[in-house]
Design a protein around this ligand. Structure first.
Ligand code: DGY
Length: 325
């Protein structure tokens, strides 16, 4: 039965309030079992749809986008990162793409700070000690970690999330260094030290936080050569995209002792992460939880819907249009 409303395929099971609005305003094809569509299944499921509401990790690569039915005019991703959507391939097909910037800045910066602190203070070793009933009591030398206060934090990618992390780190009296495509104005920089050349920042990082998007230029940017430029005992934090890190190199540096620890929320090829991470006691690992608060996930969904409604219902440009680079 046709409702006369534009048909939107939801590739994932989204929060209840988001799906309720999707179903109220569109002919929604929901995915209550949250089954993961590969490219072929996605093309099949999109038959007769005007738009796709997708999420991080969906296989909207060039081949999938090329195979989408002609009815599809828009892809609205429930994420700020959009490396999973081939925007250039979409543009070729006349399909527009939108994302959800701004609304997940604070939640993601919180998780970056959690990864930083968790790695520095050996949180998961302490948790394991308790949960495995192996804590025999306080000792003067137990689980001594790395002090955070006053240390230098280098932020690669000083966009919204990088700036929100800097704001949090200042409360820990950390000294902020950053590298970004362009230098921030003084009111946003707030005394942080700018490094035009990202490699030049590395020797100044007691902590290095990756907050840059995944692009051809940042793929495996944190490699063995760059890790060697970090001071011995540095800590690497990644809450951006796993692909920015060369896993082999990071694991080798964590095993070899050049790095004291790492705090990681995102992984290359997740959820099938590099097996080497599992055995590392000095890696504080989370399963891509940066935006996982009720408030943030609702806000991401509503933003994706604002974009879909603007384009499909009001024939306007979506507010968060992603441009093919
Ligand atoms: C994003 O929006 O890019 C996040 O990684 C999803 O939490």
């Amino acid at each position: 039965m046709t409702t006369g409303k534009p048909r939107v395929l939801a590739t994932r099971h989204f929060p209840t309030a988001v799906e309720a609005r999707l179903a109220a305003n569109f002919d929604a094809v929901l995915n209550p079992e949250d089954r993961i569509y590969d490219g072929t299944a996605l093309i099949e499921a999109a038959k007769g749809c005007d738009a796709i509401m997708c999420a991080a990790g969906d296989a909207l690569n060039a081949a999938t986008v090329a195979g989408l039915p002609a009815s599809v005019r828009m892809i609205a991703t429930f994420s700020v990162g959009y490396e999973h959507v081939d925007v250039a391939a979409a543009a070729k097909r006349g399909i527009i793409v939108s994302n959800t910037p701004d609304v997940l800045t604070d939640a993601t910066a919180d998780i970056a700070m959690l990864c930083l602190l968790g790695a520095a203070r050996r949180a998961h070793e302490g948790i394991d000690m308790l949960r495995t009933h192996s804590w025999t009591g306080w000792t003067p030398t137990q689980l001594m970690g790395v002090h955070v206060t006053g240390k230098r934090l280098g932020i690669l990618g000083m966009g919204r999330i990088g700036q929100a992390l800097a704001e949090r780190a200042r409360a820990f009296r950390m000294q902020i260094h950053y590298s970004n495509r362009s230098r921030l104005p003084a009111d946003l920089e707030r005394g942080a030290v700018f490094h035009a050349e990202p490699d030049a920042m590395l020797p100044h990082c007691d902590f290095l936080s990756i907050n840059a998007p995944m692009t051809a230029a940042t793929r495996k940017w944190v490699n063995a050569e760059r890790i060697a430029k970090l001071p011995k005992g540095a800590i690497v934090v990644n809450t951006a995209r796993g692909g920015v890190v060369d896993d082999e190199a990071l694991i080798a540096a964590l095993k070899g002792g050049h790095l004291a620890a790492a705090g990681i929320d995102v992984f290359d090829g997740e959820p099938r992460i590099h097996q080497g991470y599992y055995g590392l006691t000095n890696a504080f690992l989370l399963p891509h939880m940066g935006s996982a608060t009720v408030e943030t996930r609702n806000a991401m969904g509503f933003k994706a819907l604002d974009n879909l409604e603007a384009f499909l219902l009001r024939k306007q440009a979506p507010p968060d249009l992603v441009k093919a680079s």
